[in-house]
Write a protein that binds this ligand. Structure first.
Ligand SMILES: Cc1cc2nc3c(=O)[nH]c(=O)nc-3n(C[C@H](O)[C@H](O)[C@H](O)COP(=O)(O)OP(=O)(O)OC[C@H]3O[C@@H](n4cnc5c(N)ncnc54)[C@H](O)[C@@H]3O)c2cc1C
Length: 397
């Protein structure tokens, strides 16, 4: 047993944990980051699509970019295609291994200390400090700090043990990397038979490689295997037996993201877009707010739950409404039949609605609630005969 002391211990070297470590170390605090993997980002299960705005704010260096995305194709259950095209890149596909390593290097350059292959197995809050029990190469060590930040993804054990409650609602994301023909822009596939309650994707990572994946309420791996079989039959991919990784994606907010000497950020707090399952940007915003609140709390030596509750107020004010609307839209989508989804595609394809939305000046890769409301308004205001058609399709299904 040894005792080393820090201002802040961060559990997890994902994008949220390392960005927070970077900010706090830049403000002059002593920061230690514990990561159970032997390298940040190793074997990450993620497509790595982030908006250009998120990329600029993380500032990991251009070497992490695999490709840019300025257009995408969306497929209805019957295979009808809607293509969205913009003049400039809206997003980048980044290599998650390189991104996580770059974010860790940035934090280290400001003095944060990284402990790799080191799993935090327990957190013990006390009156004058907080302890983290860590297992590293089979040996147990205890480290102390003034505060701990959980940035450990959707792993509820520590949050539950600390009495913070757990996120009850989640989807499962499954993904594999495939060699692919003719994939030059992201493709998104809808339909309950394709990905129950969500969608599947094929996202180019380089000239002939792509990520094939999907999000689903249950049976994600099986549904991805079916998707791969389809792509194989179409001659798009040459092999359908690549290794599939899967990971839970939270679709709800943590009941509590603070406690005495404790904050929770990123996936662990439910800072994830419910519409797409993308969590890098919102986790980044959460980490930035956490760093501001913690910096002030450390300076004033008040790390009580009362003081740290400001963090939850601030991050929910910034993204709470967006998350609630996204959760509502996702649940509504999960109840639609394939025929209803087909009907929505028809309405979106009619007139020039997609162009109008894209060119409205309000389109955002990260903030979707405006888009949800705009699509709802448009579909509800659509000529009665088309809505009737939708309903009659449903009745006949
Ligand atoms: C298939 C799939 C595709 C996705 N695609 C995208 C995408 O294109 N864009 C996007 O924005 N998001 C995407 N996401 C979501 C994204 O991966 C997460 O939102 C993001 O990684 C969350 O970052 P984080 O730092 O909060 O947690 P994580 O990235 O999960 O990092 C947590 C870290 O903590 C470590 N850890 C856990 N427990 C402990 C412990 N006890 N001790 C020490 N270390 C520990 C883990 O090893 C891990 O490195 C995708 C998710 C899935 C499943």
């Amino acid at each position: 047993m040894s005792h080393q002391s820090y201002d802040v211990i961060v559990v997890g070297a994902g994008p949220a944990g390392s960005y927070l470590a970077y900010e706090l170390a830049s403000s002059g605090h002593d920061v230690a980051v514990f990561e159970e993997r032997s390298a940040p980002g190793l074997n990450a299960c993620c497509t790595g699509i982030i908006s250009t705005e998120c990329f600029r704010s993380l500032d990991p260096g251009t070497e992490v970019i695999l490709t840019g995305a300025k257009s995408a194709r969306f497929f209805s259950p019957s295979g009808r295609c809607l293509r969205l095209d913009t003049e400039k890149d809206q997003a980048y596909v980044v290599d998650r291994l390189l991104l996580d390593k770059a974010m860790a290097s940035k934090a280290q350059s400001r003095g944060a200390r990284y402990f790799l292959a080191s799993r935090v197995v327990d957190i013990i809050p006390g009156r004058d400090g907080i302890l983290a029990e860590v297992v590293c190469s089979g040996a147990r060590e205890v480290f102390s700090a003034r505060a701990v930040v959980l940035a450990n993804g959707l792993r509820p054990r520590l949050s539950r043990k600390l009495g913070l409650g757990t996120i009850k609602s989640f989807l499962v994301g499954a993904q594999t990397e495939v060699e692919v023909k003719d994939a030059d822009e992201p493709e998104v596939y809808f339909g309950q038979g394709m990905a129950q309650g969500s969608f599947a994707w094929l996202v180019p990572a380089s000239a002939n490689r792509a990520y094939a994946g999907l999000l689903a309420g249950s049976g994600a791996k099986l549904q991805l295997q079916k998707f791969l079989d389809n792509l194989f039959r179409q001659g798009r991919i040459s092999c359908r037996d690549a290794e599939i990784r899967q990971k839970p994606v939270p679709v709800g907010m943590a009941p509590r993201s603070y406690g005495d000497r404790i904050l929770v950020v990123g996936d662990a707090a439910g800072q994830v877009k419910p519409t797409t399952g993308g969590g890098i940007y919102f986790g980044h915003l959460g980490a930035r707010i956490a760093a501001q609140v913690l910096d002030q709390a450390l300076d004033s030596d008040d790390l009580t739950a009362g003081r740290l509750s400001r963090y939850q107020k601030l991050w929910r004010a910034r993204m709470g409404k967006e998350l609630s609307r996204g959760h509502w839209a996702r649940r509504a989508y999960a109840r639609l039949s394939d025929r209803q989804i087909e009907g929505i595609f028809s309405i979106l394809a009619s007139g020039n609605m997609t162009e109008t939305l894209l060119n409205s000046g309000r389109f955002s890769f990260d903030w979707h609630s405006w888009l949800i409301l705009a699509v709802l308004r448009h579909t509800c205001a659509h000529p009665v005969r088309k809505i009737k058609h939708l309903l009659s399709c449903e009745a006949g299904s």
